[in-house]
Structures are given as C-alpha cells and as structure tokens.
Design a protein around this ligand. Structure first.
Ligand code: GDP
Length: 138
C-alpha cells in the first residue's frame, strides 16, 4: 500500500551531526523523501505533538527535550513506508533495538533516541499536517 509517514531527526540527532547518517540510511533503504525542513518547536508545540503521552511520567522531560533545539522533519513516501521506516529506526529503547537500526547504532538514552516515526496511517496523517502545509505536502 502506498503510504506517507512523518519522520523527525530529533534535537540530539541534529546537535550530534547525525543528519547525514540518518538521511543516508533512508536513501540506502530506498525510502523516498517527499518533503524536508528544519524547525524548532517551543514547549507548547512539543506538548501538542506528543499530546498522546500527556500524563505519562516522561511527558515533561520528553517535551523539554523535543523543544531543546532544532529538528529535521521529513515526509517519507512509498509502499508500506510506515512499517519499513519503523523497522529501520528500531525499538523505542535502543537497548532493545535490533542490530543495524538507527536507534541501536546512535541512541544514547530511551528518550534521546535520535529519530521519530509515525506508528499508523492515522497518526502519520495527523503528524504530517502538524508540521507541513498544503503547499509542502507531496
Ligand atoms: P516511539 O514511537 O518509538 O518514538 O515511542 P513512544 O511513542 O512510545 O514514545 C515517544 C518518545 O518518548 C520516545 O521516542 C522517547 O523519546 C520518549 N520515551 C518513551 N518512553 C520513555 C520512557 O519510559 N522514559 C523517557 N524518559 N522517555 C520515553
């Protein structure tokens, strides 16, 4: 199924100069980047993005982190891209992530895990529209 997904290189990935490594892995895997830009969320915008996690013990911390510096946001397109990109990212906790995944190779912490990817078509649509306007969405 042709899908779109929202990918983020989180502030740790940008500040540690891992943009090229992450984008290189996407390209090598044949995932098409349909849109890309650098943004910086304020605290309220980070809370809006991670609204589903409101009330969880890590909510304050993860929204502080996501608003701590610039992120790269991308729309990836292709067959089954939501699952394929989640596979490439690896598990949320890098300690559980499979060998060769982005998180296993680059994450330093359960929170500072370098990348985000939508987990369903419904969330991909919501997240893409959170960051991109109609002129930018392929
Ligand atoms: P993802 O879809 O794999 O990114 O995972 P989730 O949607 O469950 O969590 C969103 C983000 O919150 C993760 O990528 C982490 O940055 C952070 N996070 C998740 N679980 C924890 C946790 O137990 N502790 C902390 N500090 N951060 C967490």
């Amino acid at each position: 199924m042709m899908e779109k997904t929202l990918s983020i290189i989180k502030p740790d990935g940008v500040s540690r100069n891992l943009m090229g490594d992450v984008i290189g892995r996407l390209e090598k895997e044949g995932l098409k980047i349909g849109a890309i830009k650098m943004i910086r969320m304020n605290k309220a915008q980070a809370k809006g993005f991670y609204k589903v996690h409101e009330g969880k013990p890590f909510f304050e911390s993860v929204t502080d982190f996501m608003s701590s510096g610039p992120c790269v946001v991308m729309i990836l397109e292709g067959e089954n891209v939501i699952f394929r990109y989640r596979e490439l990212m690896g598990a949320t906790n890098f300690k559980d992530a499979a060998e060769g995944t982005i998180r296993r190779d680059f994450a330093t912490d359960i929170e500072k895990n370098v990348v985000h990817g939508s987990d369903s078509p419904e969330n991909a649509d919501i997240e893409i529209n959170y960051f991109f306007n109609a002129l930018e969405i392929p």
